[in-house]
Structure formats: structure tokens, C-alpha cells
Design a protein around this ligand. Structure first.
Ligand code: URA
Length: 220
């Protein structure tokens, strides 16, 4: 995997497809339309934990001296910037508990955006974030990178509020959404469990898994 900050020859931050067998297995279970709301939510949570592991793989370490019950030794601890998890409401919340189980000290920013069903444009209705975003690494969370309108708007807003070091984490990406996101934010690396075929005329990812928010919350 390339370092998250590194830009390749294209000038774009990398896109990492997390092909770990556990992630792929759980994703397949989630795609199945027969999966219950409870099962869907639990799997999204579990994949959140696995993606948190992958997206933090290159965090810098620094030496720290500790005493074991027997001797003094040099251990390692995570150095550098503290993390903010920024779920895009509402489906991004599905990743949150799973990620916080690995990253319990992370701060949380909430970005409320809904997709206008006609224009498919993102409309903001809520935003609350820590004031020191400039000093933190921000993980922006949304299971579905479809048109990327919400993802682009969320990152725009977080950058306006000072964020400089961002990573985008999703479950499924459409090629159209990835291209749009990278065009708007070429400095932001992306982690996804899969890149699907295409978007349909309603902005749904195919083959996809349907509406992630509705499936998580049992709405519709
Ligand atoms: N949002 C979803 O929840 N599903 C899609 O397929 C596209 C956007």
C-alpha cells in the first residue's frame, strides 16, 4: 500500500481496495437482500472495525520507554496527529461504533447531508465538529460513494473548517463517484471494500446493496 499522503504519477492520492477475506465475506452477506436489518447493521459495524485497522496502517510510531514487570524497554506508541471520525449522516453512523472500538479516543464530527431525490445534489442540514480540525487527521465515513455529491460537500465543509489531512472511507464505490471525488479532492486518499460496476439513473450503485441507510435502520 502507498503511504496515505503520497500521490502517484497521476497526482491523485491513492485508492485502496481492502481485499481482506473477512471484509469480502461480510460484504457479500450485506449485499444479500434477505439480510435482516439487525444482521446488516452488525456487519457494517464489523466491517467498520476492519476498515479502521486498514486505514490506520501507516500512522507514524514513536519510541516510548516503559517498565514491564521485569525490565525497562523501549515500546512504540502512535505519534502525531489525533484522529477525528466524521460520519456523513445518516448511513456513515453505521461505521462509527465499529471504528470507535479500535480508536476509542477519537473525536467525532457529524456532517448532516441528504441527497435531493430529483437533483441528487447534497443538501446540508447539520454540521458539528471539533474546533481544532487543522491539527487532526480526519476520517470521513460514508458506506456508499455513489455520485460523490455528499462526499465532496462533506470534505469541502471540513476543509473550510480547517481540516488539512483527510481520508475517505467507504464500503462500496462507483467508478463515476470515485472519478468525481478525486477530481474535486485529489489530495484525499480513499479506502473502499469494493469498486462496483456503475450507477443507475437514480444514482444507485450496481450491483450494490440498495439504500444503506434504509437497510441499516429498517426504514422505507
Ligand atoms: N446511497 C445508497 O445508500 N445506495 C446507493 O446505491 C447509492 C447511494
Amino acid at each position: 500500500m502507498q503511504g496515505a499522503g503520497a500521490r502517484g504519477e497521476t497526482g491523485l492520492a491513492p485508492v485502496t481496495v481492502v481485499d481482506h477475506p473477512l471484509v469480502q465475506h461480510k460484504l457479500t452477506l450485506m449485499r444479500d437482500k434477505a439480510r435482516s436489518t439487525k444482521g446488516f447493521r452488525q456487519l457494517l459495524n464489523e466491517i467498520g472495525t476492519l476498515l479502521a485497522y486498514e486505514v490506520t496502517r501507516d500512522l507514524p510510531l514513536e519510541p516510548v520507554e516503559i517498565e514491564t514487570p521485569l525490565v525497562t524497554m523501549q515500546g512504540a506508541q502512535i505519534a502525531g496527529k489525533k484522529l477525528v471520525l466524521a460520519p456523513i449522516l445518516r448511513a456513515g453512523v453505521g461505521f462509527l461504533d465499529g471504528m470507535l472500538s479500535l480508536l476509542p479516543s477519537a473525536r467525532v464530527a457529524h456532517v448532516g447531508l441528504y441527497r435531493d431525490p430529483d437533483s441528487l445534489e447534497a443538501v446540508e442540514y447539520y454540521f458539528k465538529a471539533p474546533s481544532d480540525l487543522a491539527d487532526r487527521t480526519v476520517l470521513v465515513l460514508d458506506p456508499m460513494l455513489a455520485t460523490a455529491n455528499s462526499a465532496v460537500a462533506a470534505v469541502d465543509r471540513l476543509k473550510e473548517r480547517g481540516a488539512r489531512d483527510l481520508r475517505f472511507v467507504c464500503l462500496l464505490a462507483a467508478p463515476e463517484g470515485l472519478a468525481r471525488f478525486q477530481g474535486a479532492h485529489p489530495d484525499v486518499p480513499v479506502w473502499t471494500a469494493a469498486i462496483d460496476s456503475h450507477l443507475n439513473e437514480h444514482g444507485y450503485i450496481l450491483p450494490g446493496l440498495g439504500d444503506a441507510g434504509d437497510r441499516m435502520y429498517g426504514t422505507r
